[in-house]
Design a protein around this ligand. Structure first.
Ligand code: SF4
Ligand code: SF4
Length: 251
């Protein structure tokens, strides 16, 4: 989609990879799998094994899971905008934001389809500047998007085995799942604290055997260089471990 949309953009080459990556993430699991080695590269062992390397790689590719967090979150955040004003398109919020400051004379828009043009004409005929309440609402939505605290683990298991037995992907994916289901609470004051606390602790013990849990990580960092997503694994594991400790203390 990107190449047709912005071929003349002055920073097209510079940002092409980022744009396509965002596109793929939003499209979800199928796009990630179809891109094969772009996101799920072969290990050295797979690449050097002329006889079985491809078979092992294809098996690995079939088993790799890509949780649809980006897509789900995109839907949730655009849902907030739609809920606020069902008659307006999501893009119209951005154009009103860009056009509202009083010294702005021109707003450029990339439009691919006639519907985009029609929507933009509706937004600017005439432009209704955002009021304070709407600006605050957009700010809150943007903050929410920035805070969405999942960890970009794709369960490739390149970091495994951990010499100390930690089930790294299981811990990270369990955390992401709880974030997605609203079971990571900000503190005791949070409305759903008791329910979220219980849900997190019960599902954690079910998903990960005690000896493989986050509190066993000694921070040796042997896993770090293996992660293609550049996740600071010990830091995330310790952060999750501390969160769980706190949940256990705060009865
Ligand atoms: S830092 Fe922790 S998770 Fe990583 S290899 Fe060492 S013990 Fe295992
Ligand atoms: S932490 Fe990194 S290497 Fe380990 S499973 Fe997740 S993405 Fe793969």
């Amino acid at each position: 989609m990107v190449p047709q949309t912005f071929p003349n953009h002055p920073e097209y080459d510079k940002y092409y990879d980022v744009w396509t990556r965002i596109d793929d993430c939003l499209e979800g699991s199928e796009a990630i799998h179809n891109a094969r080695e772009k996101y799920l590269p072969k290990t050295e062992g797979m690449a050097s094994d002329a006889q079985y390397g491809d078979v092992i790689y294809n098996r690995y590719l079939n088993n790799a899971t890509y949780p649809e967090y980006a897509h789900d979150f995109f839907i949730a955040s655009t849902g907030l905008l739609k809920q606020k004003d069902p008659e307006r398109s999501v893009a119209s919020w951005a154009f009103r934001f860009a056009g509202s400051p009083k010294h702005v004379l021109t707003v450029l828009s990339g439009m691919t389809y006639m519907e985009h043009l029609q929507d933009n004409i509706r937004t600017y005929s005439p432009l209704i500047p955002l009021n304070e309440e709407e600006l605050a609402f957009l700010e809150e939505t943007a903050e929410l998007m920035q805070k969405y605290p999942t960890i970009p683990c794709n369960d490739c298991k390149y970091c495994m085995p951990c010499p100390y037995g930690i089930d790294i992907p299981a811990i990270l994916l369990h955390y992401n799942k709880c974030v997605n289901e609203g079971n990571v609470s900000q503190g005791k004051e949070a409305e759903n604290y008791k329910k979220a606390r219980r849900a997190y602790l019960v599902s954690y013990d079910r998903a990960i055997p005690k000896l493989r849990q986050a509190d066993r990580c000694i921070g040796c960092r042997q896993c770090v260089s293996h992660c293609p997503q550049s996740i600071n694994i010990p830091k995330e594991i310790h952060r999750i471990g501390k969160y769980i400790e706190r949940l256990k203390r705060e009865v």
